[in-house]
Design a protein around this ligand. Structure first.
Ligand code: NAP
Ligand code: GDD
Length: 343
């Protein structure tokens, strides 16, 4: 029997890779999308088939994690075997500007979806996109037993989501799991996260379209993996015999500075000629170092990542150089993105 999945956040980086993976596995995939005045489906357009076509396997539904009633009716009508809750206001710096909105989407949104599962009476497996941001001020290496110490409104909202997911597992015997994912990137990464901001800037500087990129804290350490490999881990968590929580990480950490050095070097550029500091990109409270220990996922799920931050920098630079070569106008360069405010 063909399985059916619902993905919230299907238009995001991870949602697009997960939709690809599930379609390749023969799933019927349903995605929740927000109504916007402009199209927000660029990352999944290549997967879309007109729903009138008998071969269509991807179906999109308007909805929002702030609208609980909609979630109940949608779940009852789709009746999915698996629900992946990837939707969130996912930018840490932005969460300091919009703490209440972040709490509503990234925190309360999760309990709305869990309640929708419970109230609609469906039998489904539930994946919650938890985050290494939960560890915050606790030094690495971090695993499933490490103490949480959130350092942003985003992380505090994700902490609520982590515990409410665990609570629904224990209280209602739901197959509900937390994937505690360390940073994962790709050529589809949102343009204002640090890796993509850097690799887009490298492409634009190499092409002579801009001279400088303005950055914040270069000393932060992150464990960057490849998003396409991480969605495989999400899927494996929902195929396990028992529900449990897992860290997905590469186990290797590098600084933002090193990511910059590798990215500029790969394009034959000297980063010190082009990178400038702007305090706008600092956070009121920073997470200094995240390096995960993925032993449990390796042993229990057989999940092993193969690409780390150093390799990713080169993959993403190559992709952004190619994208820029093929981009018509308007090309929104990172200088313009920067001028839109704090990111
Ligand atoms: P992303 O690219 O920012 O995508 C976020 C998705 O959530 C988008 O589809 C967005 O829709 C949707 N969304 C935002 N607010 C919503 C709302 N109120 N109702 C419904 N949908 C809403 O994030 P990502 O990198 O793919 O990450 C996926 C999830 O994993 C997020 O929950 C993130 O916090 C978490 N996570 C990410 C990482 C990472 O390194 N990438 C690590 C750990 C955890 P629009 O396209 O309309 O904006
Ligand atoms: N965005 C950004 N822009 N970050 C910068 C900049 C800049 O100009 N300069 C330095 N940084 C530093 C940040 O201070 C942070 O320490 C690091 O680069 C990574 O920032 P982001 O790429 O914005 O990611 P994040 O680690 O804060 O959050 C991401 O990973 C989390 C998992 O650990 C997001 O994807 C979250 O949704 C996710 O939960």
């Amino acid at each position: 029997m063909k399985k059916r999945a619902l993905i919230t956040g299907v238009t995001g980086q991870d949602g697009s890779y997960l939709a690809e993976l599930l379609l390749a596995k023969g799933y019927e995939v349903h995605g929740l999308i927000r109504r916007a005045s402009t199209f927000n489906t660029a990352r999944i357009d290549h997967l879309y088939v007109d729903p009138h076509d008998p071969d269509a396997k991807l179906f999109l539904h308007y909805g929002d994690l702030s609208d609980g009633a909609r979630l109940v009716t949608l779940l009852a009508s789709i009746n999915p075997d698996e629900v992946y809750n990837l939707a969130a206001q996912s930018h840490v710096r932005v969460s300091f500007d919009e703490p209440e909105h972040t709490a509503d989407t990234t925190g309360t949104g999760t309990v709305r979806l869990l309640e929708a599962v419970r109230l609609s009476g469906i039998e489904t497996r539930f994946y919650q996109a938890s985050s290494s941001e939960l560890y915050g001020a606790t030094p690495p290496p971090q695993n499933e037993e490490t103490r949480f110490y959130p350092r942003s409104p985003y992380a505090a909202a994700k902490l609520y989501s982590y515990w409410i997911t665990k609570n629904y597992r224990e209280a209602y015997d739901m197959f509900a799991v937390n994937g505690i994912l360390f940073n994962h990137e790709s050529p589809r990464r949102g343009e204002t996260f640090v890796t993509r901001k850097i690799t887009r800037a490298v492409a634009a500087i190499k092409a002579g379209r801009q001279e400088f990129v303005y950055m914040g804290n270069l000393d932060a350490v992150r464990d960057w993996g490849y998003a396409a490999e991480y969605v495989e881990g999400m899927w494996r968590m929902l195929q396990a015999d028992v529900p449990d929580d897992y860290v997905l990480a590469t186990g290797t950490g590098i600084t933002v500075r090193e990511f910059i050095e590798i990215s500029f070097g790969h394009a034959g550029l000297n980063w010190e000629d082009h990178v400038r500091f702007d305090e706008r990109y600092l956070r009121p409270t920073e997470v200094d170092a995240l390096i995960g220990d993925p032993s449990k996922a390796r042993e229990k799920l057989g999940w092993t990542p193969t690409i780390d931050g150093r390799q990713l920098a080169k993959i993403m630079v190559d992709a952004d150089i190619t994208a820029l070569e093929h981009a018509g106008d308007p090309w929104i360069d990172t200088v313009h993105l920067d001028s839109w405010g704090t990111k």
